[in-house]
Design a protein around this ligand. Structure first.
Ligand SMILES: NC(=O)c1ccc[n+]([C@@H]2O[C@H](COP(=O)([O-])OP(=O)(O)OC[C@H]3O[C@@H](n4cnc5c(N)ncnc54)[C@H](O)[C@@H]3O)[C@@H](O)[C@H]2O)c1
Length: 251
């Protein structure tokens, strides 16, 4: 449950915050007292930010200089940056044999390289000690799922980036963690949820017997940004209703 005031006085950046998981993460931080810069490439970010009473930035995370632009906007609007949530991402990748160069480049640029570059741009401004970075990977960055090659490889890269950066930054007092969501009901997965085979394998194969919601991800992200996680760094936390732990016994 939200803990009003837990992030009071903190400045938080959430990328991909116009909708879906990012919107829920931003809302959770606001409900716990933080000021949040909502970043997205979709113009809808303005309406989402207005609903939450927060500043916003229309920015493609994969564009050159995105990290520096996001940091400058956050410092201008929030005065400080305590937490960076790298959530922006695209879905709808394909089998390798159906992936042309443009598709591979787009997935690696948006879902992996932009996470490194945005983090590099924001990093100089995070407090030492106290800064937090939370990346959004995926269950498909941990286990294979045929048909989503470039996406899965990018998300595995995000998981390894999390471990790598945690080791580099822990001596400075900056903690770096990731969440690996299972299937969450967002605009990204509308098509997947209409696919009978996918639904059978992923939804019915999830031990808790339901889809996740964006709020299911927001809580663990807030935990990783909180003082309760002060001795946690370098983890990639599945938030997947048990999908990676065990297949549902009924299928
Ligand atoms: N929904 C799921 O089942 C699921 C599962 C595992 C991981 N994830 C990850 O969670 C994150 C959020 O996904 P979601 O399900 O909320 O999807 P979504 O499509 O609903 O939201 C993603 C947001 O990111 C923004 N975005 C995409 N590319 C961007 C760019 N280049 N620059 C700035 N913003 C950009 C989109 O405009 C959108 O607002 C993604 O990284 C996704 O890969 C989602």
């Amino acid at each position: 449950m939200p803990d009003a005031g837990r992030f009071s006085g903190k400045g938080v950046i959430v990328t991909g915050a116009a909708r879906g998981i990012g919107e829920a993460v931003a809302e959770r931080f606001v409900s716990e007292g933080a000021r949040v810069l909502l970043v997205d490439v979709l113009p809808e970010v303005e309406a989402t930010a207005a609903r939450l009473g927060q500043p916003w930035l229309l920015q493609d995370v994969a564009a050159p200089g995105a990290g520096e632009a996001i940091a400058a906007a956050a410092l201008g609007a929030l005065g400080r940056i305590d937490v960076l949530v790298n959530n922006a991402g695209i879905g709808g990748s394909k089998r390798l044999e159906d992936s042309d160069d443009a598709l591979i480049d787009r997935f690696l640029a948006t879902n992996l390289a932009a996470v490194l570059k945005v983090t590099r741009g924001v990093l100089p401004h995070l407090p030492r000690p106290g800064g937090r970075i939370i990346n959004v990977s995926s269950i498909f960055g941990i286990t294979g799922y045929p048909g989503t090659t470039a996406y899965a490889v990018a998300k595995a890269g995000v998981a390894q980036f999390t471990r790598q950066l945690a080791g580099e930054l822990a001596p400075e007092g900056i903690l770096v963690n990731a969440v690996a969501p299972g299937l969450i009901a967002t605009p990204m997965t509308t098509g997947h949820r209409q696919n009978a085979l996918y639904t059978r394998l992923i939804v019915e194969g999830t031990p808790v017997e339901r889809l996740g919601t964006p709020a299911d991800i927001a809580g663990p992200v807030a935990f990783l940004a909180s003082e309760d996680a002060a001795f946690v760094t370098g983890i990639v936390m599945p938030v997947d209703g048990g999908f990676l732990a065990a297949r549902h016994g009924k299928i």
